[in-house]
Ligand binder design. Structure first.
Ligand code: FE2
Ligand code: FE2
Length: 182
């Protein structure tokens, strides 16, 4: 078993935990209650800093290799790689919206809610598609050489939220996730 594959699966579980906390905050917002906007901003910062900038580029390297080995995977790989770009821009615009809210700009509740749900659903559907259509194929057709080759093209990065040391700015989020998953 490759450690890159283990990392991808562990990252999906971690991201699912992050999205679960976000979903709770969005639910509060939809109910007209007061969500924790700082926590939501921390979530979006993490999604940008780690999911968009580390997890997806890592997958891009792995998926490129898979589509070379298995031409049948190309359609799904293309879709997932274009999702990666789309998700990066969703993260940016959702971060901008949260910033506007914190700065007390007037925003339509409906617009914020739609954007939040789109962010949540797009990320969740994207991961589900990878897990259903790509991860089994990786186990099936990647050899040790394939994993070694992709490993050599991936720079390892420390996860600031789920790594051995939780970065200071993520302490509250880390505690919220631990509580949610306990
Ligand atoms: Fe992905
Ligand atoms: Fe992924």
């Amino acid at each position: 078993m490759s450690s890159i594959f283990d990392q991808l699966r562990a990252e999906h579980a971690n991201i699912a935990g992050v999205l679960k906390v976000l979903a709770q905050q969005i639910k509060l917002f939809d109910q007209g209650k007061h969500p924790d906007f700082q926590l939501m901003q921390d979530i979006v910062t993490y999604m940008s800093e780690y999911c968009d900038q580390v997890h997806h580029p890592k997958e891009d390297v792995v998926f490129d290799r898979l589509s070379q080995k298995d031409p049948q995977s190309r359609v799904v790989v293309n879709r997932l790689q274009s999702d990666h770009k789309k998700i990066t821009s969703l993260t940016k615009s959702f971060a901008d919206t949260l910033e506007e809210i914190v700065l007390e700009s007037v925003m339509s509740r409906e617009q914020v809610s739609n954007q939040a749900h789109d962010f949540l659903d797009t990320n969740a559907n994207h991961m589900a598609l990878e897990e259903a259509e790509i991860f089994p194929g990786l186990l099936h057709c990647f050899t040790q050489d394939d994993w070694q080759s992709v490993s050599s093209n991936i720079t390892s990065q420390i996860d600031p939220l789920f790594g051995d040391n939780v970065e200071g700015k993520y302490k509250l989020l880390h505690a919220a996730i631990a509580k949610e998953l306990s």
